[in-house]
Design a protein around this ligand. Structure first.
Ligand code: ARG
Ligand code: ZN
Length: 883
């Protein structure tokens, strides 16, 4: 059942209009759909092909004539009607059971209200339809429901009529003026309230903005509303893109598979990315809400006005929209190093999640060539690597060149369903550039490696930089061709300043800003020569992480410490520190395998000095210092090892944290006290940065596990005026042997019992706690607040344990794997999408020690032979076992 990109065939029929009538009832909802279809001159048959899944077909008519069962074919999720006229009106009546729908795709019920999720292939769970993104139509939707239970009835576009039906029921009629693919359809019906505001657009029109939530959550919508307004302004200013509707709605739902969904004019969000006030949300939550509200809003142009021809093109909208939300968040921070901090966080995600994906059995190009289940391809490769690919256009073409490309893209393709090639062509044509080779970023999987070598000639004053690239094989792709890689480079002189660059053969205008040049590596190996270099420099390579590659260069420890202190590129200052720490940690992890002691103190002295300097350098913003003082995560370290021993990595990291805590105790304490935020809570980047640094100091101090640290954490917990400080203190307590930790956990639960998102935090913190083993997780699953049915809750405990607690999950006895198999199987019966996500926790099993592999394989096999396995889970475990 594998689908291939090369098999794309245009649809035989277009759909021009869709009229739908819903009689909403949780047990049995009836849907009447009328399509007007027209033959596609480029189509190859006169058979109309409609998709349907878990829907009962009640009636079917063509041009008012009821079809007999011999007039069409029904099977394998398809309804095929042969011998269709060139134009027709098709009436379809279906019946569905929203209450029974635990997959959370199509129409479902959450806490008594109706919601839909149609991307990628959920519309077919509502009615029979050519459920593919290149079929775009105008929709008119009539909703009918009990007025008391469902006072609010929403769909895409504009409300054109509403009223009573006389029998305790009422109706609302919605019309979306824009053509759209079925995956952007949405409806919401229920007992909801909204915060609303009129907002003046740049062109002078007023738009009505609404954030819909359950009654008790109206005190948590302000930040989402502010984020929406900021998003609208930003898209007008940065890209000249205006809101095209009179009304824009955001609705929050507690049961949701993903983050949020960009349905035209009616965005539906996981509550996690809407609801916030200082009592329940952390600084990170506030930042995530801003990013996701932006992301979904930006889809209105990149995704909705211009959509994807087929699902292989998913990154066309997702990579581009992630790039846009990353830029939006960076612009919103507004502190000196804010942009760099945002960049560092984004690169951290890429390295921690996407690099491993690219090196495992699920590795796929940004534009995949095949899939079994498209929902498995909403990946960090399509999203985050896709965003890096878009960012590289901007790096190569400059901001203005990139904008020219965007303008041409919309001029050419507004209202169309297009491909990644169309986007690349717009970028190339608008800038008169040849981007043919750049296509390989879309077609070749795997993380490229760029190796740098240098040669300084002190007589001739030349500095040569030789870059060579390679890319390891990935499933189905044995050999790779060279990529077109922008490598931003600076040369740092002995005084710590960038030296002026005089590149052999480069026109002066190619040299960007101060001392940074973007080299274009297009061959397997290339040498670049800089002239008039009077003193031996240290190269600062891949500044601002100018390409999603692994850079190899033999820096000495001293050079790294020097760059950490002086590089004018803040990203590379951070990077130098991370390299230094990784080098040390990896040595520790591979040498101490079983011993549990910390390693060579001479190395630690160098690292300690560098950390000491950064910690006390108050010219650096707190947010930057926090990032620089955070050691590479266990999963990031694991990815750099040939053979992963999770316990050894864990021990190495903890022992280095203890050493740094001890050696810098006074500095941590001083930093803790110097970065208090006594003023009323505000999530702005400056105060969030102070809190972040302060809480990092607290967590290091708690590594000492002494009475003083326990008191500090307890006091912060007791007096916290916001969730950021509260949860940081609780985490510090839980990971220590503080006497008050059980009481604090208990207090936290009682205090926030009625806030589902905070209960999620409570489970998550325990799922990731160092002392939490499989038995403890099983015990937590018996807590009355736990359920597998709610994705956020399942993720908060089970995913946080399997993905966020590697030392315990990979317990040598294999108990973690048995637990994993059990949960994947249980989730598979409820929600295949969520199950498949969890299944991915073991896909990299071949990277682990032979002892662990021997315990992982049977767990994977057990899942693979489960009866009624969804294709979602089947695809993951099959690929894991085969590759
Ligand atoms: N388009 C949504 C977003 O990125 C994600 C929807 C994914 N849904 C799914 N069922 N795979 O904002
Ligand atoms: Zn998206």
């Amino acid at each position: 059942p594998t689908i291939y990109r090369h098999d794309y065939v245009p649809p035989a029929y277009w759909v021009e209009t869709v009229e739908m009538g819903f009689d909403l009832d949780p047990a049995l909802t009836r849907v009447a759909t009328r399509l007007t279809v027209r033959r596609n001159p480029e189509g190859r048959t006169n058979t109309l092909v409609l998709c349907g899944e878990s829907v009962e077909l009640v009636q079917l008519q063509i041009n008012g004539k009821r079809l007999a069962s011999g007039d069409y074919q029904l099977g394998n999720g398809l309804l095929q009607i042969p011998n269709m006229p060139d134009q027709a009106s098709v009436d379809i009546e279906t019946a569905i059971q929203p209450e029974q729908n635990t997959s959370l795709m199509g129409l479902y019920v959450s806490n008594g209200n109706f919601f839909t999720q149609c991307e990628a292939e959920g519309f077919r769970k509502i009615t029979y339809f050519p459920d593919r993104p290149d079929v775009m139509a105008k929709y008119k939707v009539m909703l009918r429901a009990d007025k008391k239970k469902y006072p609010v009835l929403l769909s895409n576009g504009n409300l054109i009529e509403e009223g009573d039906l006389g029998d305790g029921r009422h109706y609302a009629l919605w019309e979306d003026p824009f053509n759209k693919p079925s995956y952007l359809f949405a409806l919401v019906a229920g007992n909801l309230v909204c915060q609303e505001e009129k907002f003046r657009l740049e062109d002078g029109r007023d738009a009505l903005l609404q954030v819909w939530v359950e009654e008790g959550n109206l005190d948590k919508t302000q930040h989402a509303m502010d984020s929406l307004k900021n998003s609208i302004r930003w898209d007008e200013e940065r890209f000249g893109l205006e809101l095209d509707l009179d009304r824009f709605m955001i609705v929050a739902v507690g049961d949701f598979n993903m983050g949020a969904m960009e349905n035209k004019g009616l965005n539906i969000f996981n509550t996690k990315f809407v609801l916030a006030n200082p009592r329940i949300a952390t600084d990170t939550d506030y930042a995530n809400i801003e990013a996701v509200v932006g992301h979904e809003y930006f889809h209105n142009w990149t995704g909705n006005r211009v959509t994807c021809r087929d699902w292989f093109q998913l990154s066309l909208k997702e990579g581009l929209t992630v790039f846009r939300d990353q830029e939006f968040s960076a612009d919103m921070i507004g502190t000196a190093s804010g942009r760099a901090c945002k960049r560092i966080e984004d690169v951290r995600v890429l390295r921690q999640a996407q690099f491993p994906e690219d090196a495992g059995p699920m590795a796929h190009p940004v534009r995949p060539d095949s899939y079994v289940e498209i929902n498995n391809f909403y990946t960090v490769t399509v999203y985050e690597k896709g965003s890096e690919v878009v960012r590289m256009y901007q790096t190569l073409l400059g901001r203005e060149g990139f904008r020219r490309g965007m303008d041409l893209y919309f001029a050419r393709h507004d209202g169309q369903a297009v491909t990644c090639d169309d986007f690349r062509a717009a970028m190339a044509d608008a800038n008169d550039r040849d981007l043919t080779q750049f296509e390989r970023w879309y077609s070749q999987a795997g993380t490229p490696r760029v190796k740098a070598e240098t040669r300084y000639d002190s007589e001739a004053h030349t500095f040569e930089l030789t870059l060579s690239q390679s890319c390891p094989p990935t499933p189905d792709q044995e050999r790779k061709l060279p990529f077109h890689i922008p490598v931003a480079v600076g040369l740092v002189g002995p005084n710590g300043h960038d030296i002026p660059l005089h590149l052999d053969g480069a026109p002066q205008e190619n040299i960007h800003g101060q001392g940074t040049i973007v080299l274009e590596l297009t061959q397997a190996r290339q040498t670049f020569r800089f002239n008039r270099v009077t003193e031996k420099p240290i190269p600062s390579l891949l500044r601002d992480f100018s390409a999603p590659v692994i850079l190899e260069f033999e820096y000495s420890d001293d050079e790294l410490a020097f760059l950490m202190a002086h590089d004018s590129d803040p990203f590379n200052r951070w990077e130098a520190g991370q390299r230094l720490a990784s080098r040390h940690l990896l040595a520790l992890a591979t040498s101490s395998q079983g011993s549990g002691t910390s390693g060579d103190t001479a190395d630690e002295a160098g690292l300690g000095q560098a950390f000491h300097k950064t910690l006390n350098d108050t010219s650096l913003e707190p947010a930057f210092r926090e990032l620089a003082l955070t050691l590479p995560s266990e999963s990031l370290l694991a990815d750099q090892l040939e053979v992963i021993d999770p316990q050894a990595i864990h021990r190495a990291r903890v022992s280095l944290r203890k050493v740094l805590a001890e050696n810098l105790r006074e500095d941590w304490l001083a930093t803790y006290h110097a970065n208090q935020t006594p003023e009323p809570y505000s999530p702005d980047a400056r105060s969030a940065g102070r809190r972040g640094l302060k809480n990092t100091a607290l967590s290091y101090l708690c590594e000492l596990d002494d009475a003083a640290a326990h008191e500090l954490a307890q006091e912060q917990y007791d007096n916290a005026g916001n969730m950021t400080d509260r949860v940081a203190a609780l985490a510090a307590l839980v990971n220590s042997s503080a006497p008050g930790k059980a009481a604090a956990l208990e207090h936290f639960y009682t205090e926030f019992e009625r806030e589902a998102l905070v209960v999620d935090k409570w489970f998550m913190l325990q799922g990731m706690a160092r002392a939490t083993d499989v038995a403890a997780v099983r015990k937590l699953m018996r807590h009355p607040a736990f359920t597998l049915k709610n994705p956020n809750r399942a993720r908060s405990l089970i995913f946080s344990f399997c993905n966020g607690n590697p030392a315990q999950f990979h317990a040598p006895d294999g108990s973690g794997y048995a637990f994993w198999a059990e949960q994947v199987i249980a989730l598979n019966a409820i929600n295949p999408q969520v199950a498949a996500r969890l299944a991915r926790s073991l896909e990299r099993w071949r990277k682990y020690t032979p002892e662990l592999q021997a315990k992982m394989r049977p767990a994977l096999e057990q899942v693979a032979r489960t009866k009624k396995l969804s294709k979602d889970v089947l695809e993951i475990v099959t690929k894991a076992l085969e590759n």
